[in-house]
Design a protein around this ligand. Sequence first.
Ligand SMILES: NC(=O)c1ccc[n+]([C@@H]2O[C@H](COP(=O)([O-])OP(=O)(O)OC[C@H]3O[C@@H](n4cnc5c(N)ncnc54)[C@H](OP(=O)(O)O)[C@@H]3O)[C@@H](O)[C@H]2O)c1
Length: 301
Amino acid sequence: MNVLVAGGTGFVGRYLCAELHDRGHDVTALARSPDASVVPSGVTTVEGDVTDRDSLRTPLEGLDAVVNLVALSPLWEPEGGNEMHDRVHRQGTENLVDATEEAGIGRFVQMSGLITGDEDLTSYHRAKARAEEIVRASDLEYVIYRPSIVFGDGDEIVGYTTKLKQMFAPVGPLYPLPGGGERTFFQLIHVGDLAPMLADGVEGDEHANETYELGGPKVYSLREVTELVFESKGRSITIVPLPMSLSKVGMSAMGAVPGFRLGPDQYRGLKADNRVSDNDVGVFGVAEDEMTTFEEYLGVK
Ligand SMILES: NC(=O)c1ccc[n+]([C@@H]2O[C@H](COP(=O)([O-])OP(=O)(O)OC[C@H]3O[C@@H](n4cnc5c(N)ncnc54)[C@H](OP(=O)(O)O)[C@@H]3O)[C@@H](O)[C@H]2O)c1
C-alpha cells in the first residue's frame, strides 16, 4: 500500500512509519518542517500543513491510505493559545478528510485521545471530539484510535516530569504536585505495543469504521509516574501535595511566565481521566500481560 502518515516525523509517527515500512508498504511522512533524518531509511518525507488545505493536494496524490497523527500537545499551552487546538486538531482534520475524499483515497486512520469523559474539559478535548465527528461523518472507511498517554523513547511524559522539576528547582528535592499527583491517572501504553495496532488499522478491512480505546497493562497515578521517573535516574524526591484550588491559580499565573506555557486548560487537563473504560487491545490479538509496563521500560523494580 501507499500510505501517507501526517505527523509522521513526531514521536508516535516515527514508530508507525517504521512498522509500516517493515511490513512492506511505501510510506511518506508529512509535516510542516519534515526532518528526513528522524524517519527510518526508506521512508520519504513531504512538506504540508493540515491548516492549509491547498498544501495537502499534491502530497495526497496516488495513495491508498492516510493516517492523521498531527498533534499539538495538551500538556503545554501552544503558541497562539489553547484556541490553536481547534485550528490544528479540528480544522486540520477537516482539511485532511476533505483532501482525502477529493483524492479518492478509501482509508483514513485518525488518532484521537481518551475523550470519553467530559469532552468540554479543555480546548484539546473539545477539538479531538469534533475531529472524531468529522471523520465519522465522512464517506471514508475509517478507524479511530483513542490511546491513553503513550511512552517510549522520545515521549513527552518523561520529559514533562523532568521539565516540571526544573521549574521547581529552587525548592530542592521537594516536588509540588497538584493534589499530590493522586487525582490524575494514566493507563500508560508503550509506543512499541501501539504502533503495530495502528498498522493493523491501516491494513485490515476488519477494523473499518471502528473506534478503539487502548491502554497499557497498568494504571498509574501522576505521583507514581513522577516517582518512577526520578527513581530511574537514581534521584529521590519528596512529593508535596498542592491543593487543587491553589494549583489552578498557580498554573494560570505561570501561563504568563515565558518558557512555562501552562494555563487554565492545563490545570483542567489534570482532571481528565486517562484510564480506558474497556481496553480494546485484545482486538489486535494482544493480551495486557504481554505488554510493556512503565517500570520495565524505565528499568526499575
Ligand atoms: N503522545 C501521547 O501520549 C498521545 C496520547 C494520546 C493521543 N496522542 C495523539 O497521537 C498523535 C501523535 O502524537 P505524538 O505524541 O506523536 O505528537 P508529536 O510528537 O508532537 O508529533 C506531532 C507531529 O505533527 C506534525 N505537525 C504539527 N502541526 C502540524 C501541522 N499543522 N501540519 C502538519 N503536521 C503538523 C509535527 O511536525 P512539524 O512540527 O514539523 O509540523 C510532528 O510530525 C496525535 O494525534 C496525538 O494527539 C498522543
